[in-house]
Ligand binder design. Structure first.
Ligand code: SIN
Length: 528
């Protein structure tokens, strides 16, 4: 089978390697260079080394609880049960995990885990170690790698995906396409994600009519160095004993949650944001009580020195930043999407609901490894021409359907100025979009702000992309609309989606009525 994988993080690399090992003819495309994505930036590690007193069942329970009960127990059990094999496979692929004096993989603690079960490599350079090892394996495999190939759109015929159109127009056909292009951290001005994390796969899937889910759940990491260039300070630092202090030196998290600094990430991030607002300055992360900071966290230590900060002697200022998207292209636990011929894995996917409303620390690398392999293994058992069961994918809400119908209008030539385009004419800058998302669709949300964001995003148009930057901006706009409308749709607070006030009656949106847009073409989703 000809398999086309888009994206070169842990999920894409794992899927490509496993598909190659199974005898498929695999091509892997990335828009810049292999190793440029989020995986190489991951500090925290990979969860799933279950020591004495621990088990996959306890790991699954922690995952379900951190996700506010919104996760799917079967998907979560699949993740936790798969951890042992996934970590062994990484070791076999050459990943050198940090070990104890006795030679077993050392287990670190992070927030909302009942026990230490996180494997690290090079202290805080786990993602880099995994990325380097898997890239080395791919380079010596039969996988055909193409760098600088920007996947712009899915090729869909008779409802079935049969390849990808690259920016520039070249078409690559395949029997199966696996989207693994990562998340969309660049929706926000402050993010831990690298520059290329622009929701490309999610935008492609939305344009092609694939089902998406849980896009309102955006995770903000609580401890990112405050300043112009956000830099993650791993949760492992709090796991090792660091505490958060207000301007007076008090530990404000003690009043928030019984687990204080080790409470679930959404709780800590909101408390940090609120405290910073209240005191008018960033809160402080105090790691002075931890011995051997430079040895345990060399990457963070080097960055702090570069910024002239010495965390062995005093606390350092931190703020929340966008970190991870729990939602994405809806898949089952084999990565199958609602569209025959299309799979999605890693942060691009909403993998059967594995993260619920708030991802547990260090479960993302694990998700990529476990479900990247499962997707590859399912290729032969789900012939691309067969109709996939769509009943398992919830239909989109009216608002999301409306947002998705709007995408049709964007695809029309700029000369199409009929009423279906409504007032949509305004161009936008990426900075404007990011600021809007930060202010209205950020950590603390309310109905008025969300409705305003939906309305403004609907009024913006992205011109037909010619450059990678234009394609990224067009993708960000599509994903921003879907995230904002999903957030407006969920009227209660849940996990990472937090509303400051109960939702009043939804105000009318400043946009064309759905029936006006629907006249032009059948709805992409919901009509299937
Ligand atoms: C971190 O190192 O704090 C991030 C780990 C994760 O996102 O799971």
């Amino acid at each position: 089978m000809r398999v086309l994988v888009a994206g070169g993080g842990i999920a894409g690399l794992t899927a490509a390697l496993r598909a190659d090992a199974l005898g498929h003819d695999v091509q892997l495309i990335v828009k810049s260079e292999l190793g440029d994505g989020c995986t190489a930036h991951a500090q925290g590690g990979i969860a799933g080394v279950h020591g004495p007193g621990d088990s996959a069942a306890l790991h699954a329970l922690d995952t379900l609880q951190a996700g506010n009960g919104h996760g799917d127990p079967v998907a979560i059990a699949t993740l936790a049960d798969g951890a042992g094999d996934a970590i062994s496979a990484l070791v076999a692929d050459g990943v050198m995990f940090d070990r104890t004096a006795g030679g077993s993989i050392a287990r670190g603690l992070e927030a909302a885990h009942s026990l230490p079960r996180i494997a690290h490599s090079g202290g805080d350079a786990t993602g880099r170690a995994i990325s380097d090892a898997l890239i080395a394996r791919v380079r010596t495999s039969s996988v055909h790698v193409r760098e600088g190939a920007f996947a712009a759109d899915l090729l869909v015929m008779n409802g079935r995906v049969h390849g990808i159109r690259l920016l520039g127009g070249e078409e690559i056909t395949a029997d199966a396409v696996i989207l693994a292009t990562g998340g969309a951290g660049q929706l926000y001005p402050a993010t831990t994600n690298p520059a290329g994390t622009t929701g490309d796969g999610i935008a492609m899937a939305l344009r092609a009519g694939a089902a998406v889910a849980d896009l309102e759940f955006v995770q903000f990491h609580p401890t990112v160095l405050a300043g112009a260039a956000p830099f993650l300070v791993s949760e492992a630092v709090r796991g090792a004993g660091a505490v958060l202090r207000d301007a007076e030196g008090g530990r404000f998290l003690l009043e928030e949650h019984p687990d204080a600094e080790l409470a679930p990430r959404d709780v800590v991030a909101r408390a940090v944001a609120r405290q910073a607002l209240a005191q008018g300055s960033p809160v402080l992360l105090d790691a002075t009580g931890i011995a051997g900071l430079a040895e345990r966290f060399p990457t963070i230590d080097a960055e702090l020195h570069r910024r002239g900060l010495d965390w062995t002697r005093g606390p350092v200022p931190v703020s929340p930043a966008a970190h991870y998207l729990m939602g994405g292209v809806a898949t089952d636990i084999e990565g199958r999407t609602s569209l025959p011929g299309l799979w999605a894995v890693g942060e691009t996917a909403r993998t059967g609901g594995v993260h619920g409303a708030n991802r547990l620390a260090s479960n993302s690398l694990l998700e990529g490894a476990v479900f990247g392999a499962r997707a590859a293994e399912s290729l032969s058992t789900s012939p691309p021409d067969s109709l996939q069961s769509r009943s398992q994918f919830a239909p989109p809400s009216d608002l999301l359907s409306e947002t998705i119908r709007d995408l049709d209008a964007d695809e029309r030539p700029p000369s199409a100025t009929n009423r279906d385009l409504g007032e949509r004419a305004a161009t936008f800058s990426r900075a404007e979009l990011q600021q809007l998302m930060w202010e209205k669709v950020g950590l603390l949300r309310d109905d008025e702000g969300l409705a305003d964001a939906v309305s403004r995003l609907a009024s913006w148009a992205a011109p037909a992309p010619r450059t990678p930057e234009e394609q990224e901006d067009a993708n960000l706009l599509v994903v921003a609309r879907a995230v904002a409308s999903a957030a407006l749709d969920r009227t209660e607070s849940l996990g990472a989606h937090f509303r400051l006030s109960p939702a009043p009656t939804r105000p009318a949106l400043n946009r064309p009525a759905p029936h006006e847009l629907a006249e032009s073409r059948p709805a992409l989703i919901g009509a299937r």
